[in-house]
Write a protein that binds this ligand. Structure first.
Ligand code: Z5A
Length: 211
């Protein structure tokens, strides 16, 4: 049987890395065979593209070039990692996927949603996540949390208004696709955040077993 595809999304400082570890443990406890990966990245070539995308540079980065690089990395990632794993019956847990493109390149940069949808169709065909956990919290809280970490990369250096547009675009995606996209209130203490994730995963498994 084909595996399930779960993605984790959110703006700056929502706690993706922290909660990826929680979900990995959760899947392990359920004896589910899974692979963990991330975007942009997940293969040597796609990780090279990630480096190109996140590095600060003197040259202005054309927004269409940025969009195409995201999908170039994704195409390689799907071919090398995601599709083979799903076809082998493994679950795939991915730190960000195409919702991030709608949120950052669409909402944040103002790139056309139609163009993103066309690239999504070209690169992914019918492949879509089965479940997306959207960690959500007010932008200022997330930025305060993120500031405690290392120096900001090219995206993290954006202003608060940029992340507000990103957050709004994520929430709009969740409103449009409420079954696939579960919004988690990431402003709560970690234990309560993980309680919500646990509930969403249990519900997802129950529905998957029912299908
Ligand atoms: N990007 C894009 O533009 N288009 C695309 O299509 C894709 C990506 C796929 C790299 O992503 C960049 O790529 C990303 C968007 C762009 N840039 N940004 N911004 P990334 O996923 O690698 O980058 P990230 O956003 O920095 O993710 P992260 O490292 O997982 O960070 P995080 O979500 O902030 O997670 P964290 O490090 O676990 O948490 C931050 C801090 O908060 C940390 O100190 C935690 O201990 C703390 N924390 C976590 N949860 C809590 C709670 N509940 N209470 C209090 N404190 C907490």
């Amino acid at each position: 049987m084909r595996g399930k595809f779960i993605t984790l999304e959110g703006t700056e400082g929502v706690g993706k890395t922290t909660n990826m570890a929680f979900i990995q443990q959760w899947l392990t406890d359920q004896c589910i065979d899974f692979v963990t990966t991330r975007e942009p990245g997940g293969t040597p070539l796609a990780e090279d593209i990630r480096h190109l995308l996140l590095t600060h540079r003197d040259e202005a980065v054309d927004e269409t070039a940025e969009l195409l690089l995201m999908f170039a990395a994704r195409s390689q990632h799907i071919a090398q990692v995601i599709e083979p794993a799903l076809a082998a019956g493994k679950w795939v847990l991915c730190d960000r996927f195409t919702d991030a493109t709608y949120a950052y390149q669409g909402g944040g940069r103002g790139q056309s949603t139609e163009h993103i949808a066309q690239l999504e169709q070209l690169v992914q065909g019918d492949l879509r996540p089965d479940l997306t956990l959207l960690l959500d919290l007010p932008v200022d809280v997330g930025l305060q949390r993120a500031r405690k970490r290392s120096d900001p990369d090219r995206f993290e250096a954006e202003r608060q208004q940029f992340f507000t547009r990103v957050r709004d675009a994520y929430l709009e995606r969740a409103r449009q696709q409420p079954k696939r996209c579960q919004v988690v209130d990431a402003s709560l203490p970690l234990e309560q955040v993980q309680g919500q994730i646990d509930t969403a995963l249990q519900q997802f498994i129950a529905e998957a077993n029912h299908d």
